[in-house]
Design a protein around this ligand. Structure first.
Ligand SMILES: Cc1cc2nc3c(=O)[nH]c(=O)nc-3n(C[C@H](O)[C@H](O)[C@H](O)COP(=O)(O)OP(=O)(O)OC[C@H]3O[C@@H](n4cnc5c(N)ncnc54)[C@H](O)[C@@H]3O)c2cc1C
Length: 441
């Protein structure tokens, strides 16, 4: 769908929405067909039946995005995501469905097939995906599309934008993001991958780790050092950014077996003498770190919104189960020891939600958002982690069973606590930049 069609569809949805009654939170959905995971203690939740649309602080366009994305997600139920997880299968059908409806370029310019909406709308999109039960498997399948190519949008040439953005937005190409390295971790400025100019090419040698979707991606946005650390005034100088083919004849890609989000792969990359055309250098040589930084606050906001969605999904399942499951002759949710942690989680998630959307509003208005974007990521990941842990515990033994899905959420919610930046580094940032305390690292 072109951006014009998406705009028309948004307008149509807006018109229809005014005629329909908004959903209420936690409304119990009665399934129309039997679940393939039958159990006498079944929780008949299909995630999207519970989307909250009543939040008074959503703008019309955010509300429209939430409703439209909710409809796409409704075609991919919990069984789909459970199977994708178990079979380690990339959710290509889901990726295609979002591409067909024009959602992959939500923040990208209309000239390249995007919709030119803001991070505030993109955050709603990824929150809704995660909240539908798709969790990180769904969100990570499209995450890179939404803001990953911001450096290309901002610093690429017209030729590069056409060549790189158009197929990504149309869903014809998938991209991954290669920054983290095994020997340097969070100390990004000391990364060791080298890119050396040789005629019309750069020759890349080095390794990357944890690169999501590298098994399925045709393209990679990769950061490598073009000027040795000893020869630059500041370590942030001398790094360059490339968007290029992930050529498997030149790059050895190996999947990392991991705890959760099995549908979306994570990988180590090893390359020695990988020839990358000079036309794939983004912006000026040696200026890559600044370009990567440009999209970082937006990425933190999106990761936060994804975590929030999982937190709400876990809370919803926990609430349903607490209302249905009877032990000692009454619903377990009648016990305050069960009810209070859930009430507490709702408050924590709502507080995180307000910070996320404050950060998004500020970002879209052009303000510096480092504090709020980092705080949002931290608060949402922690609130969602607690919600997921509580959801598992409230399900008792069934919390450990796959058919109730909360164990999947619990495994996946570890991701935003670790990546793209850890809790400790966010505290370091707030301590130094907001509180003015000495740099600790
Ligand atoms: C599922 C998953 C997907 C990912 N996808 C991608 C991707 O697509 N592309 C990509 O480039 N990367 C990706 N990453 C990598 C991720 O961004 C890194 O794992 C993350 O930045 C942490 O780096 P590290 O693992 O090297 O930890 P390290 O840097 O080794 O740190 C280990 C621990 O030490 C702590 N620590 C280190 N230094 C300090 C300090 N000075 N003060 C306090 N604490 C400190 C950290 O907070 C952390 O808890 C992914 C990671 C995961 C788990």
């Amino acid at each position: 769908m072109t951006s014009r069609k998406l705009a028309e569809s948004l307008a149509g949805l807006l018109a229809r929405r005014t005629r329909s009654k908004p959903s209420t939170a936690f409304r119990v959905h009665q399934p129309t067909s039997a679940s393939s995971f039958s159990s006498t203690r079944s929780a008949p939740a299909r995630g999207t039946e519970f989307l909250q649309l009543h939040d008074p602080d959503l703008t019309e366009s955010q509300r429209t995005v939430r409703e439209a994305i909710g409809k796409v997600c409704a075609k991919f139920d919990d069984t789909y995501w459970l199977q994708a997880d178990e079979e380690h299968r990339f959710p290509s059908e889901f990726h295609r469905a979002l591409a067909q409806d024009g959602w992959l370029g939500i923040c990208m310019p209309a000239a390249y097939g995007g919709s030119e909406l803001g991070i505030a709308e993109a955050a709603v999109m990824v929150q809704t995906i995660a909240e539908s039960g798709a969790a990180y498997a769904g969100a990570s399948a499209v995450h890179m599309n939404i803001f990953g190519l911001e450096p290309v949008r901002k610093f690429g040439t017209e030729e590069q934008k056409r060549r790189m953005l158009v197929p990504l937005i149309a869903g014809r190409e998938r991209a991954c993001f290669g920054v983290t390295e095994p020997n340097t971790g969070l100390d990004t400025l000391r990364l060791q991958s080298r890119a050396v100019r040789d005629g019309d090419h750069y020759v890349l040698s080095g390794q990357k780790i944890w690169i999501s979707t590298a098994q399925v991606a045709e393209k990679i946005l990769i950061l490598a050092r073009t000027t040795p650390l000893e020869e630059v005034k500041k370590p942030s100088q001398g790094l360059s950014l490339f968007y290029t083919d992930l050529d498997r004849t030149q790059v050895h890609v190996t999947e990392i077996p991991k705890m959760g989000r099995a549908a979306v792969d994570s990988n180590t990359l090893f390359f020695d003498g990988w020839r990358v055309p000079k036309e794939d250098l983004i912006g000026d040589e040696n200026n890559g770190f600044k370009m990567i930084m440009h999209g970082m606050n937006a990425e933190r906001i999106l990761i936060a919104a994804e975590a929030l969605g999982i937190g709400f999904a876990a809370l919803r399942r926990a609430v349903l189960y607490a209302g249905e499951r009877k032990v000692f002759g009454r619903p377990i949710g009648q016990n305050q020891a069960v009810q209070h942690p859930l009430a507490d989680s709702w408050m924590q998630l709502e507080a995180a939600r307000l910070v996320i959307y404050q950060a998004a509003r500020m970002y879209d208005a052009g303000h510096e958002t480092g504090e709020y974007a980092n705080a949002a990521k931290y608060l949402a990941a922690e609130a969602a982690f607690q919600a997921c842990e509580r959801a598992v515990m409230i399900h008792g033994g069934m919390g450990y069973a796959k058919e109730y899905h909360v164990e999947r959420y619990f495994r996946e919610i570890m991701i935003p606590r670790i990546a793209p930046v850890s809790r400790e580094m966010i505290r370091n940032y707030i301590g130094e930049r907001v509180l003015g305390l000495p740099r600790s690292y």
